[in-house]
Design a protein around this ligand. Structure first.
Ligand code: GLN
Length: 561
């Protein structure tokens, strides 16, 4: 196994994840099989308990792993399916060591950070790197490891030490370290400053790791003398100093890396030149350039709870982008804080209320994404009602589907207090109820997580046609509540159709509203499996319908063209 380690220096938020996944794309384009590992040095076991407000979206894997959103970047960029083991956290490592300690595996020894924690990290990396993630047999050629945080952080020290030992044990030809850093520009003269990078490389070298390549982030392209200075002080050849300056969209980054021959430097270091092919990034180039040249756009209202930080819905945003690009449209996402649509806001902050409604009315389609807790729920119900009554295309994901059901029960069945028991335990009409897959008494591990099969109840529904599969779809889940099976009869009689269910027939997975241009709710999260060039069918349906092209598309598709 060959390892490419990506570390970061100077400041956080440099786009290390995008850099690392873009390097993976370039290596994959050279005919190599690539896997990846993300190390998050925090103590949490996984990202499942972290707030999307603070940390961005929790990404969900096929195996139910709740992981850092960077794993989503890897899956999308490399078109792979990762496992929860591909995300290492301090919590996971310590737990595995402490479990062994309790079992008595250390035979009376003192258990220490070095060697026990560092050994556990090395073992974890070496075994996970072997898991095939691209659907093929056998291990990948290269494993890209991204170390989260910034070099020098106390938390990442055991990882740095373990990686140093790993680099030594696997040998020079099998280890390539790329340090991502920032080159700021200061003062009126606008000089590109190399000192912060010099310091962070020095710090890395003091810890026993020498970068073979630097990836320098900057607003403008690096000047030649900046590169020379970096080379001299950081002990890295000029040819190995990559520059990631600002680009119009992130799909340009693999192209930028290739244009600087990043693949050559890495392949040379890893002694892979003889088996690699010249990088073929034709499809990427087309995608990146198409995106730059889009002129028409589609206005999408995203009505959610965590609208302050767009990373909270990163995969939804990416899935919209994939769908829009395949329709040659630029997504124009209008974020609406769901609570701004509520009647109370009209009293308290009338301008915010008016602005939110104006934005909603202006949108060509409405999306209510997943979420937890009751903040903004009343506003989401109003948005779903507006979309349903005004024939505006609507996609409700997870919470968004539950919202549709509550709204339909209230407005059409006349159950004014219909609700989910998540928001009102005393509701006389619990149309959404707690339906865990596991224990009912424990809060932990009660989520229905990961890939589950949905069976279409009829091939004659829009969703089945969009998926181009009359039988089933496998999508990822992350929820505790579901549509109450006892409420299905009444809801269906009143016109709402549950066209996708799980294999027991008790869990409602997909709802549609016949007669509406596009009104779909899904209990699963289709955004996690959307890929550039392979958009999620539901997002595609939403966008096509927003432009009045859905019927023509389905017609064309059904006729096999
Ligand atoms: N809060 C809802 C549930 O737990 C929806 C979850 C979600 O949207 N991911 O079922």
């Amino acid at each position: 196994m060959k390892y490419v380690l990506v570390t970061g220096g100077v400041v956080s938020g440099l786009g290390k994840g995008v850099t690392a996944s873009s390097l993976g794309v370039v290596l994959k384009a050279c005919g190599l099989r690539v896997t990846s590992i993300k190390i998050d040095p925090y103590l949490n076991m996984d990202a499942g308990t972290m707030s999307p407000f603070e940390h961005g979206e929790v990404f969900v894997l096929d195996d139910g792993g709740e992981v850092d959103l960077d794993l989503g970047n890897y899956e999308r960029f490399l078109d792979v399916t990762l496992t929860k083991e591909n995300n290492i956290t301090t919590g996971k490592i310590y737990q595995s060591v402490l479990e062994k300690e309790r079992r008595g595996d250390y035979l009376g020894k003192t258990v220490q950070v070095v060697p026990h924690i560092t050994d556990a990290i090395k073992d974890w990396i070496e075994s996970v790197a072997l898991i095939p993630v691209d659907g093929k047999e056998g291990p990948a050629d290269v494993c890209v490891i991204e170390l989260g945080g910034t070099v020098g952080d106390i938390e990442s020290m055991p990882f740095i030490e373990a990686l140093r030992q790993l680099s030594f044990s696997v040998g020079q030809d099998n280890f390539c370290l790329i340090h991502v850093s920032l080159i700021p520009v200061l003062g009126v003269v606008g000089e590109q400053k190399t000192k912060p990078t010099q310091h962070s490389v020095r710090e890395l070298r003091a810890l026993g790791l020498t970068p073979q390549l630097l990836a320098c982030r900057s607003a403008q392209p690096l000047l030649d003398n900046t590169k020379e200075k970096l080379s001299q002080f950081c002990h890295v050849p000029v040819a190995n100093i990559l520059n990631i300056h600002d680009v119009p969209n992130i799909w340009h980054i693999p192209l930028l890396l290739r244009s600087q021959n990043a693949h050559y430097s890495i392949l040379k270091q890893l002694d892979l030149l003889s088996i690699a092919t010249p990088p073929d990034l034709e499809a990427w180039t087309r995608m990146a350039e198409t995106f730059d040249n889009l002129t028409d756009s589609v206005r999408i209202a995203m009505v959610g709870k965590y609208v302050g930080l767009t990373d909270s819905y990163l995969s939804v945003v990416k899935a919209l982008l994939h769908a829009c690009i395949s329709c040659s449209l630029k997504p124009s996402i209008d974020w609406i804080a769901a609570s701004d649509l509520e009647d109370d806001t009209a009293q308290l902050t009338p301008e915010a209320h008016a602005a939110a409604w104006k934005t909603l009315r202006n949108a060509e389609c409405v999306l209510v994404p997943g979420g937890f807790g009751d903040r903004g729920v009343r506003g989401m119900i109003l948005a779903a009602k507006y979309a349903r009554e005004n024939n505006v295309p609507y996609l409700g994901i997870c919470l968004g589907m539950q919202i549709s059901v509550i709204e339909y029960a209230r407005s059409v069945l006349g159950f004014e207090r219909a609700n989910s028991t998540e928001f009102d335990e005393q509701t006389p009409n619990p149309v959404v109820i707690f339906m865990p897959e596991g224990s009912r008494t424990h809060m932990g591990s009660t989520m229905r997580l990961g890939s589950r099969r949905t069976l279409f109840q009829t091939p004659d529904c829009v969703t089945s046609k969009l998926y181009d599969n009359p039988q089933y779809v496998d999508e990822r889940h992350r929820h505790r509540y579901e549509v109450n099976p006892d409420a299905i009869g009444l809801l269906e009689e009143a016109g709402l159709k549950f066209v996708g269910k799980d294999d027991t027939g008790k869990r409602m997975e997909i709802l549609e509203l016949p007669g509406h241009p596009f009104y779909a709710g899904v209990q699963f999260h289709p955004e996690f499996k959307s890929r550039p060039g392979k958009p999620s069918p539901l997002f595609l349906g939403l966008i096509l319908s927003a432009k009045g092209q859905l019927e023509a598309y389905l017609h064309k598709h059904q006729n096999g063209s």
